[in-house]
Design a protein around this ligand. Structure first.
Ligand code: SF4
Ligand code: SF4
Length: 424
């Protein structure tokens, strides 16, 4: 196997910082640049709604090649890298990601390249205005500001659990992402009450801060690491060994970013709530028995299906709920769908997120469903907005399960209400 795809390019007047950065990614990026087959193109949610060639995986790698050759600096291209939700769909179609070991040792890793260029841009003082503001506010409040006017502060992070009388700390704690803790409060309320019904013991986190994942996705890596350190220290201070996670963004941060930050010192077991609930149903510890009369399809969160290969357990839960008419599509087709809610896109480009969500709802409409079920609180706001235009209600899978167990969840779902047929 060759040690490099192309010889390093030598600039006559020495290396620029962009060229030094590109050095780390050059082999994988040349790998794509020399193929350019664009199998990734049509599954990219941004490409689907913009048709902009500068916002494709191919372009993201070509820019690295151009930086290495001194043709471009990071300031010239940083804004292009905003246009990615880090959904991972491109990697599931890219032969140089999937089969590269058969041919070369340089694997094309588009999500990592996007994250790295964003981090390099921040390091080079090239900021995107909304991302800068978002991360400054997150830093001040220790939680993401959350879109809109929702009040966010450290004092209010446990407000979602009002009246549930949950203990704090212990061997197992529930981590609730910022969107669910402050906005979609019905999701953690549903999770907490279902777990209690199953007799599963857990506590609230002692002092929960944002997981830091979104900061890392937008390039604010120092902040992300600082937040991660706080959370790890806090888990240790309460004797926590296991963290339950209901949000796919937290899940990927705790299982991919934290191990990179802490190495062998990271000894916390991370449990995805959807997988735990499927197990509790399988073991007979909870049995959904209240019929839920809805015609549904399921929205695979990108960070579960595409990035972590978790697609079976949510379907197991849905198939256990009586009354549902579940119209699924094949899993490969699911790779093409995204809500547009990830990778910081709704912060910097809400109009693109809205277009991607509208596209997702069009796919659901074709199945003639009245409900789109999601397992990701961050996708539910943009999907719900798009759902109002198509008369489709967007419901969280945890909320739906709680309903079929006869639990009155409370929290934000009461305010959101059943949105089926709103425009009629
Ligand atoms: S990202 Fe992969 S599929 Fe897309 S052009 Fe590059 S090598 Fe080909
Ligand atoms: S990760 Fe998703 S949004 Fe980003 S380039 Fe790949 S397919 Fe497009």
């Amino acid at each position: 196997m060759p040690d490099e795809i192309a010889r390093p390019f030598e600039l006559a007047d020495g290396s620029s910082p962009s060229q030094e950065f590109a050095e780390q990614w050059r082999n994988a990026s040349y790998n794509c640049f020399s193929s350019g087959h664009k199998f990734c193109r049509e599954v990219c949610p941004v490409m689907q709604v913009t048709r902009n060639e500068s916002w494709t995986p191919t372009a993201f790698h070509a820019n690295v090649v151009a930086m290495e050759r001194g043709e471009l600096e990071v300031a010239d291209v940083a804004a292009d890298y905003v246009n990615c939700t880090q959904c991972g769909a491109c990697e599931l179609r890219c032969p140089n990601t999937l089969f590269t070991g058969d041919f070369y040792k340089f694997r094309t890793r588009t999500v990592d390249v996007v994250k790295a260029v964003r981090a390099f841009a921040v390091e080079s003082a090239v900021h995107q205005p909304q991302w800068k503001l978002w991360n400054e506010r997150t830093n001040e409040r220790t939680h993401e500001p959350v879109l809109g006017q929702t009040p966010v502060s450290q004092e209010r992070v446990r407000d979602w659990a009002d009246g549930l009388d949950l203990p704090v700390g212990g061997e197992t704690v529930l981590f609730v992402d910022c969107e669910a803790a402050f906005y979609r409060t019905s999701v953690p309320r549903a999770v907490a009450q279902v777990l209690r019904l199953a007799g599963y013991e857990f506590g609230l986190m002692g002092e929960q801060w944002c997981c830091g994942g979104p900061a890392a996705e937008m390039g604010y890596v120092e902040q992300a690491k600082r937040f991660a350190q706080h959370n790890l220290d806090n888990w240790r201070s309460t004797g926590t060994k296991r963290v339950l996670v209901l949000d796919p963004h937290d899940y990927i941060t705790f299982t991919e970013d934290y191990p990179k930050y802490f190495g062998a010192d990271y000894d916390i077991e991370i449990v995805l709530v959807v997988e735990l609930l499927a197990e509790l149903i399988r073991g007979g510890r909870i049995t959904p028995s209240v019929p839920v009369e809805r015609t549904i399809t399921y929205h695979d969160p990108c960070r579960l299906n595409k990035r972590k290969g978790i697609w079976k357990e949510p379907r197991e839960i849905l198939r256990a709920i009586p009354g549902l008419d579940f119209r699924d599509v094949d899993r490969v087709t699911q790779w093409s769908y995204c809500s547009g809610g990830g990778g910081g896109l709704p912060v910097e480009k809400p109009e693109l997120t809205a277009a991607i969500s509208a596209n997702r709802l069009d796919q659901a409409s074709a199945l003639e469903v009245d409900t789109l079920v999601s397992a990701c609180p961050w996708s539910e706001r943009p999907l719900s907005k798009a759902g109002d235009d198509t008369d489709i209600d967007v419901v969280d899978i945890h909320e739906l399960l709680a309903e079929s167990l006869g639990i009155t969840v409370g929290g934000s779902r009461g305010e959101i209400g059943d949105r089926r047929g709103r425009s009629r």
